[in-house]
Design a protein around this ligand. Structure first.
Ligand code: SAM
Length: 289
């Protein structure tokens, strides 16, 4: 089970654990995100020097605005538009970005047409859909909606999770990961890795490349400790969906397994967490190489 295979969809109520998980995730992925965001700028032929960076970007499914703020802070002359289906998350994002005059936020469902609904959402140079698509079974519609907001030659940056996104060799984790896999299957949320490239081509994207990010979990490094803490937070946050919504495991059994994992010495833990990063350019004139 990958924490990001379970949250963010409608089945999930954003609790304290989930908010903490997303903050952890932001801190852990931030450096990679910045590098991939800049790769998206290069693919779109856009400027990276902050003074000349006057392009526009849409952050779809922006949540509490962690990455929205990161982009706006790094590129204060860029126009940054964010939306999310969760009004409470957007309210937090508004507070977070209150000192960034280049950010505009609103509530919107990415499964619905974006043009004409989200203010000034057209002709974007870039669009970001970071860890949102794993929760949405109708990927075709979502990608078509995003393509319609981009100018020809504009670039889409996607963060996703592969089906085998978490490797953790521990008996207590095996049952939790099996429950997670069942859940992903029942909700029709798997198979992104293989279907994404053809779906993007169908939506009018070209120059599609996908890269796997792999982060070691456990062991002696600080980063390995933090990824393990992130994974435990994610598993705790998943309990209401796995236990209450889908009845895939008994609550006491779930707690027992989490307690066993939490009591383990992190030095003895070996595993990794994986993500997928995809870049794709909207076909048409205006492309740059
Ligand atoms: C894992 S969070 C990622 C948030 C943000 N991109 C980040 O990385 O911090 C997934 C987000 O997708 C949003 N989401 C889920 N379904 C959505 C939809 N149909 N339209 C817009 N946002 C959606 C959730 O509300 C949640 O904020």
């Amino acid at each position: 089970m990958h924490p990001d295979s379970l949250f963010g969809g409608e089945a999930f109520e954003r609790g304290v654990d989930e908010r903490r998980r997303l903050e952890y995730q932001f801190e852990l992925l931030r450096e990679d995100f910045d590098l991939w965001f800049d790769a998206a700028l290069r693919l779109a032929g856009l400027r990276l020097d902050p003074a000349g960076a006057t392009w526009s970007v849409l952050d779809a499914g922006c949540g509490e605005g962690l990455f929205t703020h990161e982009i706006a802070h790094r590129y204060p002359r860029a126009r940054v538009v964010g939306f999310d289906v969760d009004a409470r998350a957007v309210a937090v994002a508004e507070q977070r970005c209150a000192r960034q005059p280049n950010v505009a936020l609103s509530v919107h469902d990415v499964r619905q047409p974006i043009l004409g609904s989200v203010p000034a959402a057209h002709g974007f140079d870039l669009a970001v859909l970071w860890l949102v698509l794993p929760y949405l079974p109708d990927r075709r519609t979502v990608l078509a909606n995003l393509a319609a907001t981009l100018r020809p030659g504009g670039v889409l940056l996607l963060g996703n999770v592969p089906d085998e996104a978490l490797r953790l060799d521990h008996p207590a984790a095996a049952g939790l990961m099996a429950a997670g896999r069942q859940l992903v299957e029942r909700m029709g949320l798997g198979g992104l890795q293989d279907s994404l490239t053809p779906l993007l081509a169908e939506a009018g994207f070209e120059a599609v490349t996908t890269h796997e990010l792999r982060y070691p979990m456990g062991g002696a490094t600080r980063s390995g400790h933090r990824w393990y803490a992130y994974m435990l937070t994610g598993m705790s946050a998943a309990k209401p969906v796995v236990v209450d919504t889908f009845g895939l495991m008994d609550a006491a059994e779930y707690d027992r397994r989490i307690d066993q994992l939490a009591a383990e010495s992190v030095l003895d833990i070996a595993g990794d967490v994986r993500f997928l990063v995809t870049l794709a350019r909207r076909a048409g004139s205006g492309t740059d190489g």
